[in-house]
Design a protein around this ligand. Structure first.
Ligand code: ADP
Length: 427
């Protein structure tokens, strides 16, 4: 049984008991008045019947006052409960993140909560009484409203709004009946713009990964088939093709390693082995091993370190990976005769690691995108240099996991600086 009905029955019972109590008290007194010689010997000028009537009147008045106050208390309690329920309901509608709108059967807006006004970009209180089709005018939405009105069944529909910026809404439309009116529809709106963006990113990522995997695989397949079709009889050709196959296979496994690393970092599952790391020390010990490669590329390395230590809290191996990645890019994209400078700068509460080269640079309009997965400035050329297009995305993730941020500056034809800023350990 519903609680409202219970309360209604309780009030009615109380009323019935009160009426019964009145009648019972009255009848008893009348009975006493008529049959018993009340207060014998108490004869006054007015006679004992007068006192009996007075007592009866007083008794009834007290009983009535008591009953009325009881009824008042119950009703006040009921009203308080109704007000509390109403304000709770209003608070929910006021603060809920989903938009809620009521429309009547003629599709006119009866009510909408602040979230609905925000989602639909409407000034407060501006649309009550207007037709819903003036607010959301997509065909799918109109069809869903018609279906909900005709069938009374729950409808779910997605709409894209473009004003002022693109927004994706998912609406659930269900009918409601109201005592004393024809009822209408309740529409609940959810903003799914972010969800759609992530879906889009995932689709693009899958497309990029497939493309990246297909390129070396096509080469491996093509050269293997050529070898099988007879090229392996030619010693020089066979050697050349097998070298290409080996290179492409290496690229494939580098790509898979980077993909797995990136996925671990993105899922924040890369367990960081955090401890104090002195950046100046890290730079010195990491760059020692790069000397042969720099010599081979005909590049000069300059290291510029501060006098004092620059201690950050982080995973030494991951921070080394960041530095190696940046220096590796500088080597790849700087022609022979160029210079690479690795610098550590102490700032207040932060330390900055910079890798500057005198290479080909990055066009300004592309600078913001180089930290995106698979983004390459010169696609064909960078792929031929063995890049997976994931290096800087991995760098960005590692740095952000350490509470830092990355930056890039470049002048095409003159060179590039990629910087990493990390919080210093507080003393
Ligand atoms: P890749 O493996 O292709 O080097 P990265 O994520 O490391 O991928 O870099 C993304 C792109 O940014 C590169 O393909 C390249 O076009 C550009 N880039 C990165 N570092 C430099 C640099 N030092 N000089 C010029 N271009 C760079």
């Amino acid at each position: 049984m519903r609680p409202g009905l219970n309360r209604f029955l309780a009030i009615n019972c109380l009323l019935a008991v009160t009426v019964f109590a009145f009648s019972f008290a009255g009848l008893t007194l009348l009975f006493i008045m008529g049959s018993v010689d009340f207060l014998p010997g108490f004869e006054t000028a007015l006679g004992h019947r007068f006192w009996l009537k007075l007592m009866l009147a007083l008794g009834l008045a007290i009983l009535s006052a008591f009953a009325i106050s009881q009824i008042q208390q119950v009703w006040r309690g009921e009203l308080d409960k109704a007000y509390a329920a109403k304000s709770r309901f209003e608070a929910v509608l006021e603060h809920i993140v989903s938009g809620v709108m009521l429309i009547d059967t003629k599709r006119r807006v009866l009510f909408l909560n602040p979230a609905a006004e925000r989602l639909l970009n409407l000034p407060a209180g501006s649309v009550v009484g207007r037709d819903i089709s003036e607010i959301i005018c997509t065909d799918d939405f109109a069809a869903a409203i018609t279906a909900a009105l005709q069938t009374g069944e729950l409808q779910e529909v997605e709409s894209t709004l473009f004003c002022p910026e693109k927004k994706n809404l998912r609406s659930y439309i269900s009918s409601f009946v109201e005592r004393g009116s024809a009822g209408g529809l309740v529409i609940v709106f959810h903003d799914i713009t972010e969800l759609k963006r992530l879906e889009q990113m995932r689709t693009e990522f899958v497309a990029s990964v497939s493309h990246e995997l297909r390129t070396p695989l096509t080469a491996v397949r093509g050269f293997t088939e050529t070898l099988l079709e007879g090229a392996m009889m030619d010693q020089a050709k066979a050697e050349h093709f097998l070298k290409i196959i080996a290179d492409e296979t290496r690229r494939l496994s580098a790509l898979i390693d980077d993909l797995m690393d990136l996925s671990r970092l993105e899922l924040k599952r890369a367990n960081l082995n955090v401890g104090p790391v002195d950046l100046t020390h890290l730079v010195t010990e990491t760059l020692v091993g790069l000397k042969p490669r720099l010599d081979k590329a005909g590049l000069v390395l300059v290291v510029d370190l501060p006098e004092a230590t620059a201690q950050v809290s982080g995973d030494r191996d991951r921070l080394r990976q960041v530095l190696l990645n940046l220096v590796d890019n500088a080597i790849k994209y700087t022609p022979s005769g160029g210079k690479i400078t690795v610098r550590v700068i102490r700032l207040t509460e932060k330390a900055r690691l910079e890798v500057t080269d005198t290479g080909r640079g990055i066009p300004t309009q592309e600078l913001a995108r180089i930290f995106e997965r698979f983004y390459r400035v010169d696609k064909a050329r960078t792929r031929s240099q063995g890049g997976t297009g994931l290096g800087l995305a991995i760098v960005k993730h590692i740095v952000e996991l350490h509470g830092g941020h990355v930056g890039a500056q470049s002048e095409p034809g003159k060179g590039t600086t990629i910087s990493v800023t990390l919080p210093l350990v507080k003393r």
